[in-house]
Write a new protein. Structure first.
Length: 81
């Protein structure tokens, strides 16, 4: 996954790559230059993940606000549920 454009990654792929970077850095075997590159990539992934979460939250808020005027109906499960 490393090197792939961050804006094309799904949220899950972003988290997976970030996890991989953390594991590499925790091992402490990366040369300083590589560790800095990985750290920079990690920061970009964190920001992208935060943006994706914010966008998802906004979508949920929009969907909920569109339904504010709808009538609430009690939930009645069907047989077998």
């Amino acid at each position: 996954m490393a090197g792939k454009r961050i804006d094309t990654l799904s949220f899950d792929a972003t988290l997976d790559e970030l996890e991989g970077i953390v594991q590499q850095m925790e091992q402490g075997e990366l040369p300083l230059e590589d560790a800095l590159k990985q750290f920079e990539r990690g920061i970009q992934l964190v920001r992208a993940g935060q943006l994706k979460l914010t966008q998802a939250e906004q979508k949920v808020q929009i969907l909920l606000s569109e339904q504010d005027h709808s009538e609430l109906v009690p939930f009645e499960p069907q047989q077998g549920e």
